[in-house]
Design a protein around this ligand. Structure first.
Ligand code: PEP
Length: 230
């Protein structure tokens, strides 16, 4: 299983360091095949040692240059970071990242050989229209994306389940993952949206779920460790 923690705009450099110390101790007991990813805020990036991979929540599609407020490959290279989240719904919605922008970013980081966790997800009004509408919406989020990229991991995150405490149902996850798996040629597929210690077992037992992308419940090292060790 893959367990990925997205800190978003939470944690500092100091608290990330303490978090990773605690997590490292806890996950000594994890299954050897399980993979753990941590996406801290950019200010907390560092060359941390441990049985986890540090990724970036975002980066600009450039090595370096005049892109105020952004970081590029040069800043990631300093810490050996070669994993990136692309297409998160919060970036699509709050930062105005269109499908065109998202796919350009994807192509750039693919060229650079990054491991990409590519996020897709539908809003509630689409889910309420039914499964066909959901799949049409989700498949459109692969426009311009090379699904044959061998370092691609997809994260299905229904927007209405993110940060709301209300996860999608087993049935919703199961049917959506089954259809998505076919569309992405069986690439690793994570579920994201209010995954937490109390529902992690149920979610990771669903066929077609290869792991989870976790926001809120990953902010506390103990809670995230509990999920990994569940
Ligand atoms: C996310 O935003 O990637 C996410 C899954 O958040 P949460 O776990 O808080 O729903």
């Amino acid at each position: 299983m893959i367990y990925a923690a997205n800190f978003k705009t939470n944690h500092t450099r100091k608290s990330t360091e303490l978090y990773l110390q605690e997590l490292s101790l806890n996950i000594k007991a994890k299954n050897v095949d399980d993979k753990v990813y941590i996406f801290p805020p950019a200010t907390a990036m560092d060359s941390y040692e441990g049985d986890f991979t540090i990724g970036t929540q975002n980066a600009y599609a450039a090595h370096h240059g005049a892109y105020t407020g952004e970081i590029g490959i040069e800043q990631l290279d300093e810490f050996g970071i070669k994993t990136i989240l692309i297409g998160h719904s919060e970036r699509r919605e709050y930062l105005g990242e269109s499908q065109e922008k998202v796919s350009q970013k994807f192509s750039f980081f693919q060229e650079e050989g990054f491991e990409i966790i590519y996020c897709i997800g539908e809003p509630l009004e689409i889910r309420e229209k039914g499964f066909e509408a959901v799949m049409k919406y989700l498949l459109a989020q692969f426009d311009g994306i090379d699904i044959n990229y061998d370092r691609l991991i997809v994260a299905y995150e229904p927007i209405w389940a993110i940060g709301t405490g209300r996860s999608a149902t087993v049935e919703e996850i199961s049917t959506t993952h089954r259809a998505l798996k076919k569309a992405i040629d069986n690439k690793p597929l994570l579920y994201g949206g209010s995954a937490k210690p109390s529902n992690i077992k149920e979610i990771t037992s669903i066929a077609g779920v290869d792991g989870v992308l976790v926001g809120s419940a990953s902010l506390d090292a103990e809670s995230f460790s509990e999920m990994i060790l569940s």
